[in-house]
Design a protein around this ligand. Structure first.
Ligand code: SF4
Ligand code: SF4
Length: 383
């Protein structure tokens, strides 16, 4: 989006204020500058050269989670996500990228190094380390996982954080898809989705990662590209729009369930709905549809799902105070329900919530819905 398009997009905001009560940061600070309307009007003024892209502007834009709750209720369909991306790119033109973000973007460009780091962390946990995210078993991916029956074919997006610390979810997805009759292709040249770079305002870095994935998946024609992290999926949908799909959405509409054997699970699961699934991918409730495939499982939505949990990509690094305040709301909401599992379709939310429960001294089993489903279908770690 160039400056003229940005001014036109921000000009579509009629300042009605309907989005304000849905904005988590506005709810916490009660400041117009931390509201969608305030941010859109400031961005318009910066794009027009009326205001400078200075530190104060950056402060209010950086506090935005890009949760897009505002976008989903806007009667004029202002594309806030794109406005925020452009605003951050403008800020990078005048303000250097914070050191923490520089390090994170550098790391995300090196998925092998992230996987190596994940392996080290797993080893350290085995030797008694109590801190840091739990790391699942890692896998050496094959190019293809053929299904016995021929229901169809899909390509799988690995995602750098998921592949480094939660490969169990990826293996579970392959297992379930194979059982339903879908052959799964895993292009080895794929890399980071570029979401963190966009969020950091690094347009050039994001475009390079996007081009890499477009080339990696072009080998598979028009096959759907499935993502098990809704944060990555939302970004992929921006540049592979006809093909990118969240695994929950795909499984909700998949064929082959008649031949799948799913064991009953007499338990209760609470569903946290990531903003990227709800607002960016417009797939509200898709996790519940997938979980309903498990007989005897009681599926309950986490109260307050419309509000972001604070685990919004690099937000946990740059805005830890607000990220923790929003997470506290989730912990309190979860404590009102007795349950066996908490599921979420986004690795960022899972890690952020897990660290919050850890700090609160609560042992909560947090996982992706497809992990629970795969277990009930007989997955024991081997694909
Ligand atoms: S709801 Fe839409 S039009 Fe109304 S203030 Fe918010 S962004 Fe602007
Ligand atoms: S994206 Fe989320 S935090 Fe940012 S302005 Fe919109 S509702 Fe508020």
């Amino acid at each position: 989006m160039d400056k003229t398009a940005l001014i036109a997009e921000t000009g579509r905001c009629v300042a009605c204020g309907l989005c304000l009560p849905h904005c988590p940061t506005y709810r916490k600070t009660q400041s117009e500058a931390d509201s969608p309307r305030g941010r859109i009007l400031m961005t318009q003024a910066v794009a027009q050269g009326v205001l400078p892209a200075n530190e104060r502007y950056a402060e209010h834009m950086d506090l935005c989670l890009t949760c897009r709750a505002c976008e989903s209720v806007c009667p004029n369909q202002v594309n806030y996500g794109k406005v925020a991306d452009e605003a951050r790119a403008m800020i990078r033109g005048t303000q250097p990228m914070p050191r923490m973000l520089r390090l994170a973007t550098w790391l995300f460009e090196r998925p092998r190094l992230m996987r190596f780091g994940g392996g080290l962390l797993r080893l350290a946990h085995k030797f008694g380390l109590k801190h840091g995210p739990q790391v699942s078993q890692q896998y050496r991916w094959q190019d293809s996982y053929p299904a016995e029956s021929a229901q169809g074919e899909v390509a799988l997006f690995l995602g750098c954080v998921t592949n480094a610390i939660d490969a169990e979810t990826l293996a579970s997805a392959i297992y379930v898809l194979n059982r339903l009759g879908y052959t799964v292709h895993v292009p080895s040249s794929q890399g980071c989705c570029g979401g963190l770079h966009r969020q950091a305002g690094d347009r050039t870095g994001a475009e390079a990662l996007e081009a890499n994935n477009q080339a990696a998946f072009s080998r598979y024609g028009d096959l759907p590209i499935l993502s098990v992290a809704s944060g990555c999926g939302a970004r992929l949908a921006e540049y592979l729009p006809k093909r990118a799909q969240d695994i929950n959405v795909f499984l909700s509409q998949a064929q082959g369930w008649d031949r799948a054997k799913v064991q009953p699970l007499p338990a209760k699961v609470v569903v946290q709905e990531p903003c990227t699934l709800r607002n960016a991918l417009d797939a509200k409730g898709s996790q519940q549809v997938v979980l309903k495939r498990i007989p005897s499982l009681e599926v309950v939505a986490l109260p307050g799902n419309a509000q972001c949990c604070g685990g919004a990509g690099s937000y946990v690094l740059t805005q830890p105070e607000m990220a923790n305040r929003l997470r506290d709301d989730k912990i309190i909401a979860y404590q009102t329900i007795e349950s066996d599992y908490l599921v979420t379709a986004n690795i960022g939310c899972a890690m952020h919530l897990a660290s919050g429960f850890n700090r609160a001294g609560e042992a909560v089993q947090i996982m992706h819905p497809v992990v629970l489903l795969a277990r009930q279908m007989g997955f024991t770690g081997e694909i």
